[in-house]
Write a protein that binds this ligand. Structure first.
Ligand code: PRP
Length: 213
């Protein structure tokens, strides 16, 4: 039996659609309700918060996982990325009020000490370090757009999908950080132990991506 960790929340439906495209059983999973472990056919699905998914693979609880590339970049766990599913697409951006734009794009000294609210402190640290600016990173667990509204921060680094949340809160994209999509990942150990089963899934992933073109 293969244990596959799946993210709950906004990308859960994308993950389910992908499993269907990969011909994995999803009947019970569709009706999971509040259950967090679902056994179906040869699979044990583990439903975890997106940010926690890599940990379940890292600690050997899950053999495989679907995780956003945003979450993988933020995670200290080193996993093997088997493939880009092309699903669950969104973007990581820096956003803030329009008035911040000229300061944001001037010399790095102008953004020294900038307060940045985010669920992604590692990514934010890397982004601003690459710009040569020391900023103050404020880690939040959600509703990040609230921070600049209430002057907790000057800007945010967060994901944008439709752009509705930014717009509703009077924020604009100041810079693109990275595109995001769901990736299929495994630990080194499970990719060796279960390679034959994983290979079949990968073949179906390649096939399903070709069909999308
Ligand atoms: C994410 C993200 C933004 C929003 C962007 O939050 O952090 O707040 O979605 O989506 P949009 O561009 O389609 O409006 P999520 O809904 O996952 O909840 P959270 O804020 O509690 O993390």
């Amino acid at each position: 039996m293969l244990a596959l960790a799946l993210p709950t929340g906004r990308v859960h439906r994308d993950a389910l659609a992908l499993l269907t495209a990969l011909e994995l059983p999803t009947g019970k999973l569709e009706k999971a309700g509040r259950s967090l472990v679902i056994e179906e056919g040869n699979y044990r699905y583990l439903l975890a918060k997106p940010m926690d998914v890599p940990l379940y693979v890292h600690y050997g609880i899950a053999d495989l996982a679907l995780a956003g590339s945003d979450v993988l970049s933020e995670s200290p766990s080193s996993l093997i990325e088997l493939g880009d599913t092309g699903r669950g697409r969104c973007r990581l951006v820096v956003a803030g009020p329009q008035e911040l734009s000229s300061r944001f794009w001037s010399h790095e000294s102008a953004i020294m000490g900038l307060r940045v609210a985010t669920k992604y402190p590692r990514i934010a640290d890397g982004y601003f370090a690459a710009r040569g600016a020391q900023v103050e990173i404020i880690r939040l667990n959600g509703s990040v757009e609230l921070a600049p509204l209430l002057n907790l921060s000057e800007c945010i680094l967060d994901i944008v999908q439709t752009g509705t949340t930014l717009k509703a809160n009077g924020l604009v994209v100041l810079d693109e950080v990275a595109p995001v999509s769901l990736r299929l990942v495994a630990s080194r150990r499970s990719s060796q132990l279960h390679w034959r089963e994983i290979e079949k899934i990968l073949e179906r992933l390649v096939h399903s991506r070709k069909e999308e073109l």
